[in-house]
Design a protein around this ligand. Structure first.
Ligand code: PLP
Length: 380
């Protein structure tokens, strides 16, 4: 029996009542109610036969969404950065060279992860707000002869969609480099064809165009990429993200490695089921249509898009901040007055753009009308 003097006062924390926001920022997006419902279903064990079946279904749905036949397609436990680190930390071996882009925030994160993996980083340059030029990528490949080439298909920091992906992958393969694509803001929202476009490794996050809470993040690797991973001379630096160990759980064996985030796997299963029901091509069309309406709406208000149509990213609309307007004040006013989230720019585009997402369940007419009218009101 504890003494009365020993007891400390328990924190007086009230019931959880988060505000009801409309999420039109760079992610997370609004979660579909069916996904939320899936998350409130009972837990089973992570090796339960019923869960093993769910794992198979998630893998099949992920292959459909990535447009790939890659056997090695899994949800990595963790956020998009975990899938990113699983990709880079396994494919890049100490002494390898990785070519990364400089045209946005997430190319910088790729570089940082490649260095931590013991790789040497070389860069292909393009300004923030512009895509990579295939000729520049070819020149960089010829100059540096990298083992791995990484690029960001949909740069969330700049609202730029990388066009000409097949050209980039073909150039990389001519130099025997494996290609890693960041598809965090494109998977399930913007055309992405992993196999047809020759992408060796692609990773993503669930909280963008899949409209699912973060926690289990898509990753796919070709047989060639997996051969490199499985024939490494040294173990990857992360035990948790070592794909040769994760193979035991997600491969045929289904043996314990770590306890899967069961509820997040339920969630991504339901989110991917929604993708399959809609049809992936229809989903790409919906994003383009709804984001097109958003773009037309902001342009009709006299605002300017940062990216020209050739590389406009429907899932993340970068809108130029008008002269004399404080972007932070506008974002705050939208939250305060409208419970509406959009974001400001960062890095080289700090203070210059608003970032307005149009992703997954947030890519709906009511959200688009709401963000355009609310922004118009706050800017008046
Ligand atoms: N890559 C891109 C393009 C992203 O937009 C993000 C997140 O916004 C990430 C990687 C990292 O994902 P997370 O924040 O889920 O770890």
């Amino acid at each position: 029996m504890a003494n009365a003097e020993d007891s400390v006062e328990a924190p007086d924390v009230g019931e959880l009542t988060p505000p009801d926001r409309t999420l039109m920022g760079p992610g997370p997006s609004d979660v579909h109610p069916r996904v939320l419902r899936a998350m409130s279903t009972p837990l089973v064990g992570h090796l339960d036969p019923s869960f093993v079946e769910i794992m198979d279904e998630v893998q099949e749905l992920l292959r459909y969404t990535f447009r790939t036949d890659n056997q090695w397609t899994i949800p990595v436990s963790g956020t998009g950065s975990a899938a990113m680190e699983a990709a880079i930390g396994n494919v890049v071996e100490p002494g390898d060279t990785m070519l990364v882009p400089t045209n946005g925030y997430f190319g910088g994160r790729m570089a940082s992860m490649a260095r931590r993996a013991g790789g040497e980083v070389v860069e292909v340059d393009a300004p923030w707000g512009e895509p990579l030029e295939p000729a520049d990528v070819s020149d960089a490949l010829a100059e540096h002869d990298p083992d791995v080439f990484g690029f960001v298909h949909a740069e969330t920091s700049t609202g730029v969609l990388q066009p000409n992906v097949s050209e980039l992958t073909a150039a990389a393969h001519d130099h025997d480099a494996l290609v890693i694509a960041d598809s965090v803001t494109s998977l399930g929202g913007v055309e992405l064809r992993v196999d047809e476009w020759g992408i060796d490794v692609a990773y993503s996050g669930p909280q963008k165009c899949l409209s699912c809470p973060p926690g289990a993040s898509p990753l796919t690797l070709s047989d060639e990429a997996m051969d490199k991973v499985l024939s490494r001379e040294t173990d990857p630096r992360s035990w948790y993200l070592d794909l040769s160990l994760l193979e035991g759980y997600w491969g045929d064996e289904r043996a314990y490695h770590h306890t899967a985030p069961i509820t997040n796997v339920y969630a991504i299963r339901e989110a991917l089921r929604l993708v399959a029901e809609e049809g992936i091509e229809n989903r790409w069309d919906r994003h383009e249509r709804l984001a097109g309406a958003l773009k037309a709406g902001v342009e009709a208000m006299g605002l300017e898009m940062n990216a020209p149509d050739d590389y406009w990213l429907p899932s993340l609309n970068a809108v130029r901040v008008p002269d004399g307007v404080d972007d932070g004040e506008v974002c705050d006013a939208l939250i305060d007055q409208y419970d509406l989230e959009i974001a400001s720019g960062l890095g080289d585009l700090e203070g210059e753009i608003f970032r307005i997402g149009c992703m997954g369940h947030s890519a709906r007419p009511e959200n688009v009308i709401y963000v355009v009218t609310a922004l118009g009101d706050v800017l008046e």
